[in-house]
Design a protein around this ligand. Structure first.
Ligand code: AMP
Length: 207
């Protein structure tokens, strides 16, 4: 089974995807994480993706579809996986359909004001990838990762003007796929407001 997590940037797809991954014993595949890692390492993929990501726009479909196809064929996804950040538009959703896998989509619904608040308070560890929120789940020591001790940073695209663009792109390109999956009868909608545990218990009821 391939689970697709949908929702605005900051709706909690990463956090919930990790919890679901642990619960089901299948990996979480985040196209955003894969692309950020490629940018950090300066690979050819990273060089192609960097500019669009910095502007909050989508990276081209052929690049991300290729990444996901390779992942879904790999041994680690043999029992399925949780897709976080893919598909992001109808062309990507159609490409995923063509792979002929069993799909289930979970839409994590959070109001726009709430995601803007969450993203401006989000800090990440550039070393181990841990994610914090200065308001709801701060690190024990100010600015320092609990897990590995590295100095926390704000994602470039979590700056307010880029967040506004990401939300605009989401509304225009990603939101239509919620209806696409609803029409196929494989969509579950979950209220994403509340603590990560509260939201996860709602997800468990439908996953
Ligand atoms: P995320 O971590 O999911 O918020 O993704 C961060 C950025 O990576 C996005 O703003 C896009 O620039 C790029 N990205 C991630 N997933 C995709 C995708 N499926 N299609 C196109 N661009 C993507």
């Amino acid at each position: 089974m391939i689970y697709i997590l949908l929702g605005l940037p900051g709706a909690g797809k990463g956090t919930q995807g990790e919890l679901l991954s642990q619960k089901l014993g299948i990996p979480r595949v985040s196209t955003g994480d894969i692309l950020r890692e490629a940018v950090r390492k300066g690979t050819p993929l990273g060089r192609k993706a960097k500019e669009a990501m910095e502007r909050g726009e989508l990276v081209s479909d052929d690049i991300v579809i290729g990444i996901v196809e390779d992942k879904l064929k790999s041994e680690e996804c043999a029992k399925g996986c949780i897709l976080d950040g893919f598909p992001r538009n109808l062309a990507q959703a159609e490409a995923l359909e063509k792979m002929g896998l069993e799909l289930r989509a979970i839409y994590i619904e959070v109001p726009e004001e709430e995601v803007v608040k969450r993203l401006s308070a989000r800090r990440v560890c550039p070393n181990c990838g841990a994610v914090y929120n200065l308001l709801t789940s701060p690190p024990k020591q100010n600015g320092v990762c609990d897990r590995c001790g590295a100095v926390l940073v704000q994602r470039e695209d979590d700056r307010e003007e880029v967040v506004r663009e990401r939300i605009r792109v989401y509304r225009e390109q990603t939101e239509p796929i919620v209806e696409f999956y609803r029409g196929k009868g494989i969509l579950e909608v979950v209220d994403g407001v509340g603590s990560p545990r509260e939201v996860f218990s709602r997800i468990q009821r439908v996953a």
